[in-house]
Write a protein that binds this ligand. Structure first.
Ligand code: C2E
Ligand code: CA
Ligand code: CA
Ligand code: CA
Length: 279
């Protein structure tokens, strides 16, 4: 009926206004949040499938704001990209995560891989190559101990500049990972030409893998393709031992997900995965 339709419309506009208001609040609070020290980092282990030993970790950003509480990176990263705050934020993540890596490598005297998410904006504004070089030099880190994760979005209509930045990083020895693989609008053809070392199979394929034969077939195909291109294949979002087992049978190289651990603050990560003390 007409009245129901109107009610539906009102509900819809209210929801939209709420979303817009929420965005505006995030936008306002984001400005200055870095200076106010509101961000922190957590680390999630990446395990070798064989033997289930620690290979390294993915660093993930967290934001707690006095007015808004805890805000998910899925909600604030896109806004940080829009308002141009992502470069400072991304540089901060890079600096902090690499300093943490250096401290852990020294303290535990073992090679570890730090995997860092990089927004396409950091490539487009040309800040990524100089920043990575400076940080690695300052900290005396091997480029091969750092991995940058980018999504397929970076590659759509990628400029020559983006492509040459990827090559520069690769030549320097930095690992490059293609994140959320299988979810974008990617054409497989660019994989042949781009210097990726690692394919991260998106968690949506992993969640049903022990139950859905299509997902098993998809992951199997991604693994064969990745391996035939000389890439390492990682599955993310591994939540159960059954999933880990299925992925192992499909020859996935590395595993990441809640089955091994939630992302942890540096102190907890260290205690649980580096110092060998169970928490
Ligand atoms: P992502 O890069 O795909 O990161 C994986 C996300 O999956 C993380 O969410 C992680 O906590 C979550 N996750 C890990 N294991 C499991 C699991 O077993 N099951 C499920 N259901 N989820 C799992 P988070 O930390 O909320 O991050 C969301 C997204 O925000 C990231 O997705 C990434 O795109 C972005 N992000 C996070 N930190 C950064 C950052 O420092 N820079 C940039 N540019 N983006 C970031
Ligand atoms: Ca990632
Ligand atoms: Ca991902
Ligand atoms: Ca994602």
């Amino acid at each position: 009926s007409k009245s129901r339709g109107r009610k539906g419309y009102q509900f819809f506009t209210r929801a939209m206004n709420d979303a817009a208001a929420e965005r505006l609040k995030i936008d306002q609070q984001l400005r200055g949040a870095l200076e106010r020290g509101e961000f922190s980092l957590v680390y999630q282990p990446i395990m070798h499938t064989r033997g289930r030993t620690l290979k390294g970790m993915e660093v993930l950003i967290r934001w707690t704001n006095p007015e808004l509480g805890r805000i998910s990176p899925m909600d604030f990263i896109p806004i940080a990209e829009q308002i141009g705050a992502i470069t400072d934020l991304g540089n901060w993540v890079l600096q902090e995560a690499c300093a943490q890596l250096q401290s852990w490598q020294r303290q535990y005297n073992r090679p570890l891989l730090m995997s860092i998410n990089v927004s396409p904006r950091q490539f487009h504004d040309g800040s990524i190559v100089p920043k990575v070089k400076t940080v690695l030099t300052q900290l005396g880190l091997k480029p091969t101990s750092v991995q940058l994760e980018v999504t397929e979005g970076l590659l759509i209509n990628a400029s020559d500049r983006v492509l040459s930045d990827l090559d520069t990083l690769k030549l320097a020895g930095v690992h490059l990972a293609l994140d959320d693989f299988g979810t974008g609008y990617s054409s497989l053809s660019y994989l042949r030409h781009l210097p990726f070392d690692v394919l991260k199979v998106d968690q949506s394929f992993v969640h049903e893998i022990a139950r859905k034969s299509q997902d098993e077939a998809m992951v199997g195909a991604m693994v064969r393709m990745g391996h035939s291109l000389g890439m390492t294949v990682v599955a993310e979002g591994v939540e159960t031992p059954e999933q880990a087992y299925s992925l192992e049978a499909l020859r996935v190289d590395d595993l990441q997900g809640f089955y091994f651990s939630q992302p942890l603050c540096a102190r907890d990560f260290e205690r649980r995965f580096l110092a060998g003390i169970t928490i």
